[in-house]
Write a protein that binds this ligand. Sequence first.
Ligand code: ARG
Length: 466
Amino acid sequence: MTEPLSPEHLAWSGRFSEPVALLVQRYTASIGFDQRLALVDIEASLAHAAMLNHVGVLSDADLADIRRGMAQIEADIRADRFEFRLDLEDVHMNVERRLTELVGDAGKRLHTGRSRNDQVATDMRLYLRYAIDDIVSAIATLEEALLDLADAHSATVMPGFTHLQVAQPVTFGHHLLAYVEMFARDVERLVDARHRVNRLPLGAAALAGTSYPIDRVMVQEALGFEALCRNSLDAVSDRDFAIEFVAAAALFMTHISRLSEELVLWMSPRFGFIDIADRFCTGSSIMPQKKNPDVPELARGKSGRVAGHLLGLLMLMKGQPLAYNKDNQEDKEPLFDTIDTVLATARIFSELVPGITVNAAAMREAVEEGHATATDLADYLVRIGMPFRDAHEISAKAVRACVSQGRDLSDLSLSELKALDQRIGEDVLAVLKIEGSLASRSHLGGTAPAQVRAEIAWQRKRLRAA
Ligand code: ARG
């Protein structure tokens, strides 16, 4: 990018008696970060130009010139040889200035009946719409990866935790399906937010609409928007569509962060439940034995950054009177950073998940050390006629005895169990086995291996239909 010049002929310089200070140019320019809107800016301008021609405001020759010039600019941008100039402030003026250089007066006529205020709101919505589509498909790929891993471990036993204490046996497949549910809701939220992103502000002009006989619906349809923004003041000023997206993104990152935390715990030698392929880990420059789960740790950290962007955008919006204020230029960096972070994270996790190997023996050992079938014993006692509160008490006493003897509940013999209550029969032994506990939880949403396999099939079907 060029150094700031002192422009005599900026789009708005006619009103001014001295050039804007260089410091101010640098402070107010957005070209450093909004140049990524260039292609959607051209897309929207072409739709606007076609509409102006259709309603008789722009001649056929001008429209042809604009199309030709924009084709050249688009090619230059794609080939990375377009020179963005800081002195031209933002992406809109950079594109327009170049267009005018290329095709003359037709370039100057393009801005008829619009303002940068409705232009930038349109660009942001178009850009975000495309980004949401990329993110949704990246998260779907992550869901597939989780389903594949869950499928391989539909019957792999692991401890289910509450308070990070062993609670009840679950299957690793079931545990992974919990994240599939979370990510599926994240996608639902993004798809829902997309409907409100996908409305056309163009036509609002600076704030009050325009006196030209514009056809907004024609532009709406050309750009694939679902609806029009129906109030010009709102159209140019509110950024709730971006805030809503960042909120959904922050929730996705929160879910990623929970998964990351678990991966970090599971990979620590204290748990030893999983290993993550070397290509996703890094070593320590000082401790030769270390293999660190950097990707999950970084993702956990990045989730904080995206949550911060949400708060930043809310604060950006809350004090603004109608309609457009320059404050809104500050919507871009948090929004773009959120998009980049979410996309990169979804993509790297889709690659990382297949690189997880499971130490099933360590998982089983942890279940066996945790008296994880105590609830099953209590439930058994209820089935043979005991009130649940009493059953809970007896089962708890049995656990206490096991703890003092350094044994697990599932090691107790039939006669030891019968000593708890004479009504206890031989069938209790199956109940205390981990497999028995798992198999008994065979309802929708339960952890039984058969249920997990059925759920994986259901989720796969849902993804295929999406
Ligand atoms: N770069 C500006 C932004 O991002 C474009 C709109 C500028 N409008 C204005 N009236 N200064 O918000």
